[in-house]
Design a protein around this ligand. Structure first.
Ligand SMILES: Nc1nc2c(c(=O)[nH]1)N[C@H]1C(S)=C(S)[C@@H](COP(=O)(O)OP(=O)(O)OC[C@H]3O[C@@H](n4cnc5c(=O)[nH]c(N)nc54)[C@H](O)[C@@H]3O)O[C@H]1N2
Ligand SMILES: Nc1nc2c(c(=O)[nH]1)N[C@H]1C(S)=C(S)[C@@H](COP(=O)(O)OP(=O)(O)OC[C@H]3O[C@@H](n4cnc5c(=O)[nH]c(N)nc54)[C@H](O)[C@@H]3O)O[C@H]1N2
Ligand SMILES: [Mo]
Length: 679
């Protein structure tokens, strides 16, 4: 009988009321942890892992253990605010919820009347993976449809590539990896970004299997792998093609699988034939002997799985990179079998009942792709975008070419931001509506990294005057004449959103009581060898268009990764590094004339940052590595430098196409300003 905390565990400690309440972390991370929150007198005192959670197994990451600091941070905004004089240079003024909601509703009404609904943009990203956040879209659809964000800052190219191959992107359940004899950990750094994957990888090894990391950086995950293959940055398509060539040359392919379940093999083979092994080896900077050895190991260690990350998803040809990697599994028949497959993320929210978003009520449609938000806003016409309403995102910080986005935001008449902190985007908002965190909300988490549904129980009352997105949109709806259609408790809405799951054997009550497995998510996708592609078969890539960008003035590739110390841009100012730091390999540092610890200007075609340089032998040649998420207003912000390049498929921000150069500055970084280097 699993341990349940639903009725919550009450115990008297002296006069204190202590409670343990089950909930789940809804933040944008593959782990989607099951949590037991300890509450005393209405205050969260401690977060622990829920022991019965099959994937997160009773412990949390450092960021979530520390989350109560964020919950109760002095920097958290706890009441609505507007700008004095309605101008971006006006000081923030505290106002009541009534005034804030009246103001937002009036601006929405005026905007629609004057320029039509498309003059308003609702920008929503995945700050929270709570299911109720889908209702934010319902509000705008009921209003007749507004301009929205399309494309992707996160998984677009990967999804597009895997959809072309398999018909959909569907990962193996993480637990299935324990059946693998070999795991290729490819462009993914679970030691920093996916902590609960680490014990599974270790277990694969303790059962006699091997784990190989493929990454141009010797990341912290190298420490849990048997081998690190240090490919040249953005050369994974060529590396995968080299492996495929050897597999075919040595007759290690699965002819039965190719014949019965694939489409386009002859054209794929022609693509491989168009390049020599020597050329491919040169392109990915891995010697032919190593390529042969690794190809044999992958083709003969059955079952072998490939765990792909977001590192190889940041280039113009990333969808094709994914396709070249997928092809290895198809070539060797490692699809639809236990311990095999090519796993990235889970399109889990596709399982929701989409009708709750009321898509049919939108009669106006227009979207601006996330990767080109700045350009898109500046160019939008008939009507231009005049008002912006943001939920669950920090677009000034996270969009490529941040300063162009900032320029576009400055030209807007009115921007509403729903968030908990004064992010970089808040600097461009006229109205700030303070929202609750997952500890103050009732919701359900459907993770993009595993198949366990997470109940999100309100652990405490909202801190200050913060309110959930749903509460905010319901109050706006009342003011705009659609109140009845937005009304309902979170539970009532969850019951509707989760119908496809509750019709298949779980109840909402069970979900709210403890972690339960999603009844309609497969452990092993494509086990029946049915692929939802046009041919009904696995479809091979037949064309690769990869022309690396070169620019003499900007000789280095700008690679942005995630820090284990914070999630995306979600850190308090107090936690913010004093000086933004980048890492570079010794050769590139020497060429640029920069020493370890020195300050430098890091310049791209679109921006410049002052950074502290760490010279680090673990970084591959020709790369400058910088973590995502430091704040522009604190001198950071990787996206001040990134160019707004869009991937060939999937409308993905190709951040990694950005070319940069380092220019040494005379002063060294003082000891007080020096930060500990990322491991
Ligand atoms: N602590 C923490 N955890 C997080 C996040 C966070 O901000 N902080 N963010 C969450 C989110 S939204 C996401 S999407 C995930 C992403 O999780 P990961 O996929 O782990 O993310 P990255 O750090 O972008 O990239 C992983 C690795 O790819 C490598 N890489 C870069 N370019 C290439 C390349 O061309 N080829 C290959 N083979 N490798 C390359 C990088 O060096 C890096 O080590 O993490 C989630 N988890
Ligand atoms: N250079 C570069 N940039 C990148 C990437 C990269 O690899 N390189 N990776 C990208 C990736 S993988 C991702 S996922 C994106 C992330 O980009 P964003 O989705 O913009 O992520 P965050 O910066 O975390 O901003 C989310 C905001 O939502 C708020 N929030 C959290 N929960 C809620 C809620 O319930 N309601 C509301 N209203 N707000 C909430 C948080 O406080 C936070 O300020 O960034 C991308 N940016
Ligand atoms: Mo992401």
């Amino acid at each position: 009988m699993p341990q349940r905390y639903a009725a919550s565990l009450h115990c008297r400690v002296g006069t204190l009321m202590a409670e343990k309440i089950y909930t789940s972390c809804t933040l944008d991370c593959p782990d989607g942890c099951g949590i037991v929150a300890e509450v005393e007198n209405g205050r969260v005192t401690r977060l622990e892992g829920h022991r019965e959670h099959e994937f997160t197994r009773g412990y949390l990451c450092a960021k979530t253990y520390r989350f109560p600091n964020r919950l109760y941070s002095e920097e958290r905004i706890l009441h609505p605010m507007k700008r004095e004089g309605g101008r971006l240079d006006g000081a923030w003024q505290r106002i009541s919820w009534d005034e804030a909601l009246d103001l937002a509703a009036a601006r929405i009404r005026e905007g629609i009347d004057a320029d039509g609904p498309l003059s308003i943009m609702h920008y929503q990203r995945t700050g929270s993976w709570g299911a109720t956040k889908k209702l934010n879209h319902r509000f705008w659809n009921l209003m007749g449809g507004v301009t929205t964000n399309s494309g992707s800052l996160c998984s677009g190219a990967a999804r597009a590539g895997q959809t072309l191959d398999f018909g959909t992107r569907a990962g193996h359940d993480p637990m299935d990896m324990l059946n693998s004899r070999l795991v290729l950990l490819w462009g993914r750094n679970p030691m920093a970004t996916n902590l609960h994957m680490v014990p599974l990888l270790k277990e694969v090894r303790s059962r006699g299997g091997r784990v190989i990391l493929i990454d141009p950086v010797r990341s912290e995950s190298a420490t849990i792998c048997d081998e690190h293959v240090q490919t040249r940055v953005a050369s994974d398509a060529e590396f995968a093609m080299a492996l495929a060539k050897v597999i075919l040359e040595e007759g290690l392919e699965d002819r039965g699988f190719l014949k019965d379940h694939t489409h386009g093999f002859a054209e794929y083979r022609a693509l491989l034939d168009s390049r020599t092994l020597a050329e491919l080896s040169e392109a990915c900077d891995i010697g032919e002997d190593d390529i042969r050895r690794l190809a044999r190991e992958y083709a003969t260690s059955k079952p072998a799985s490939i765990l792909l990350g977001w590192g190889l998803n940041k280039y113009k040809h990333s969808a094709e990179v994914f396709r070249c990697v997928d092809a290895l599994a198809a070539l060797t028949g490692q699809i639809g079998i236990a311990g095999g497959g090519v796993s990235h993320g889970f399109n889990s929210q596709r399982l929701f009942d989409k009708l709750v978003e009321a898509p049919g009520r939108a009669t106006h449609h227009r979207s601006i792709p996330e990767p080109t938000l700045g350009r898109g806003l500046l160019e939008a016409n008939e009507p231009p975008v005049r008002m912006m309403f943001i939920t669950g995102g920090n677009p000034i910080n996270q969009s490529p070419n941040s300063m162009l986005v900032a320029q576009a935001f400055r030209a807007l008449d009115f921007t509403v931001l729903v968030d908990s902190f004064m992010t970089d985007t808040a600097d461009y908002a006229h109205l700030f509506l303070p929202t609750t965190t997952f500890l103050e909300e009732e919701d359900v988490l459907v993770s993009w990294g595993h198949n366990i549904l997470g109940g999100v129980n309100p652990v405490i009352e909202p801190v200050g005057e913060s309110r959930s997105d749903l509460w905010i949109f319901q109050r706006l709806a009342e003011r705009l004449g659609i109140g009845a259609e937005m009304a309902g408790t979170p539970r009532e809405w969850l019951a509707r959103i989760l119908t496809p799951m509750t019709h298949n054997g779980v109840t909402l009550e069970e979900v709210m009581e403890g972690p339960v497995r999603c009844p309609i998510a497969p452990m092993i996708p494509f086990a029946d060898k049915v692929f939802p592609t046009a041919s009904g078969r696995y479809e091979f890539i037949t064309r690769l268009d990869h022309r690396p960008r070169r620019d003499e003035d900007f000789p280095l590739t700008f690679v942005t990764n995630f820090s284990k110390r914070w999630l995306l841009s979600q850190m308090t100012e107090a936690e913010h590094p004093k000086s933004p730091q980048v890492r570079v390999d010794p050769g590139s540092a020497a060429l640029a004339g920069v020493r370890d610890g020195q300050r430098a200007r890091l310049r791209s075609a679109v921006g410049v940052l002052e950074v502290e340089v760490k010279v680090d032998g673990r970084i591959g040649p020709g790369i400058v590595l910088m973590p995502v998420g430091t704040w522009i207003k604190r001198g950071g912000g990787a996206n001040v430098l990134t160019e707004d390049v869009v991937s060939n498929f999937g409308l993905m921000a190709a951040y990694g196409e950005t070319r940069v150069r380092l220019e040494p500055l005379p002063e060294a970084v003082t000891n007080e300003a020096r930060e500990p280097a990322e491991a």
